[in-house]
Design a protein around this ligand. Structure first.
Ligand SMILES: [Zn+2]
Length: 93
């Protein structure tokens, strides 16, 4: 699977976990008011687990990285080409 496709799969995993875990957030709200935001943690964990492979196979830069600098921003959407080495991330790897 290409890093680009894997990055979008991480997005999908986040939203699937979000809607799956939403009842947990409601339960947390009743059990301990104020802890509802903790229900986002399983969603982030799911996105991280799936998105670990969303990196450039040549240089290891994340598919979400937008620039070449260490201080460059990370975007919420993946890119088709590597920000550092311009490798095609839509290919098999
Ligand atoms: Zn690269």
């Amino acid at each position: 699977m290409s890093p680009y496709r894997r990055a979008w799969l991480a997005w999908l995993a986040f939203f699937v976990a979000l809607f799956t875990v939403a009842p947990l957030g409601l339960w947390l709200g009743r059990a301990a008011p104020g802890l509802e935001p903790l229900a986002i943690l399983p969603c982030l964990l799911a996105a991280w687990l799936v998105g670990r492979g969303a990196r450039c196979p040549v240089c290891g830069t994340s598919a979400f990285r937008a620039g070449r600098s260490v201080f460059s921003r990370t975007t919420a959407w993946p890119h088709r080409r590597c920000a550092r080495c311009d490798h095609d991330l839509t290919g098999p790897g």
